[in-house]
Every structure is written in structure tokens, then in C-alpha cells.
Design a protein around this ligand. Structure first.
Ligand code: 5RP
Length: 217
């Protein structure tokens, strides 16, 4: 297993605050994400301004697209995104059209796994050529007490066995990482743990330390 990457999710409601956080942490994270909340708040500028501030960083447009895959993918990739998320509830046609556009820009589509989906869905996504999935514990589910379970870990393993590169997100902190030690994680996506920390640089360093301790052996 290679070492999981660290992805910074910017879920600010204020664009300038998001840019400040990105400026502070960009050297300490591998991937920057314009989070869904920021995209709602700032629109496509969330992508253009982050791209202009960080010209070479992998940038994710977390649009959680449910329809109009080609149009929204064209907006995301022409603004500078490398990857765009499509929600697992979207029809296969939305995945297919979004992926076509992504390939034209040499980008990629990530399946955002929330709520209900099945392994048969996953097989169909793989057949379409999708290779990235994000295993997500939603912030509302987390706030209502949902913990990571053995069911989650088993599902992650099955997705990994199918050939998906798997990112994991949803209230992730450095202390939570050991429970994923047997999973081949491509990236941990952290939002509030980094952005709301009194010292985000220290928190980023704790993430890297935990990753090295667990996956570096
Ligand atoms: C919410 C998201 C978030 O960007 C993601 O879950 C990371 O944020 P946090 O670490 O604060 O939960 O996609 O839908």
C-alpha cells in the first residue's frame, strides 16, 4: 500500500477565508478541494480563484453532481479543476457524460458515496470506466452520532478489491486514522479538522505523522 495523501476540503461560506486557509496549508496538503459549501457560496469562482492561487496543485470541484453531467463537468474542468465529484444517486448517463468531458480535459470523476448504493452499482460504475470513489460519512449523519462501522470497513475493502482508488472523508481527524489501517486509502479528505483548528499546520503535521506511523511500515 502506498501512503495515503492528505486532501484539504474548503467548506467556507466566504471565498477570501477559503483562500487564506488554502494559502496557509497548501504546502502541507497534497490535494485542495473546493468543497460543496464553498461552491454554493462562491459559484464557479471557487474553482477559478483557487486555480489561480495554486496553479500546479491537484484541485477538486466537489459539486456532488446529480444531473447535467456534461455541462457541469465542462464548467468545473474549464475553470481549472482536475477532478469533479458525482453523487452515487446520479443515473449512469450522468456518470458517463461527465466522464467523457473529464477525459477531454485529462481530468477525472470521483463517485461520492453517500447513503444508499449497492455493490451492483459499483460494478456498473467500474464497467463505465470510473476508478475513483469517495467513501463519505456525511456531516449531518456524523452530527446525529453515526460512527464508522465494520460494515463501512467491509464495503471499503470490497470497493478496493474491485479496483477503485478510495478516498475517505467525513469528520476525519488524525485520531481516527488507525481504524482504517487495513484499507488501501488513496486520500483522507479533511475539512473542519484542518480549517477550524487553532493551528492548522500542526494538525496537518499530525495527519502526516499518523499516516506515516500506520501505512509507512
Ligand atoms: C461535506 C463534504 C466535506 O468537504 C468533507 O466531508 C470534509 O469535511 P469534514 O472533514 O469537515 O467533514 O464533502 O459534504
Amino acid at each position: 500500500m502506498s501512503l495515503p495523501l492528505l486532501q484539504l476540503a474548503l467548506d467556507h461560506t466566504d471565498m477570501d477565508a477559503a483562500l487564506q486557509t488554502a494559502q496557509l496549508l497548501h504546502q502541507d496538503v497534497d490535494i485542495i478541494e473546493a468543497g460543496t459549501i464553498l461552491c454554493f457560496s462562491a459559484g464557479i469562482e471557487a474553482i477559478t480563484r483557487l486555480r489561480s492561487q495554486h496553479p500546479t496543485k491537484t484541485l477538486v470541484a466537489d459539486f456532488k453532481v446529480a444531473d447535467a453531467g456534461a455541462t457541469l463537468a465542462d464548467m468545473a474542468f474549464s475553470a481549472g479543476a482536475n477532478w469533479m465529484t458525482v453523487i452515487c444517486a446520479a443515473p449512469l448517463a450522468t456518470f458517463a457524460t461527465a466522464l467523457d468531458v473529464a477525459k477531454r480535459y485529462e481530468g477525472d470523476i470521483q463517485i461520492e458515496l453517500f447513503g444508499h448504493w449497492t455493490l451492483e452499482d459499483a460494478r456498473q460504475w467500474r464497467n463505465l470506466g470510473l476508478t475513483q470513489a469517495i467513501y463519505h460519512r456525511g456531516r449531518d449523519a456524523q452530527a446525529s452520532g453515526q460512527q464508522w462501522s465494520q460494515h463501512d470497513l467491509n464495503a471499503m475493502q470490497e470497493l478496493s478489491d474491485m479496483g477503485f482508488a478510495l478516498s475517505v472523508t467525513g469528520g476525519i481527524t488524525p485520531a481516527e486514522l488507525p481504524q482504517f489501517r487495513n484499507i488501501d486509502v488513496k486520500a483522507f479528505i479533511a475539512g473542519r479538522a484542518l480549517s477550524d483548528s487553532p493551528n492548522g499546520l500542526d494538525t496537518a503535521s499530525q495527519f502526516h505523522q499518523a499516516i506515516a506511523n500506520i501505512w509507512g511500515k
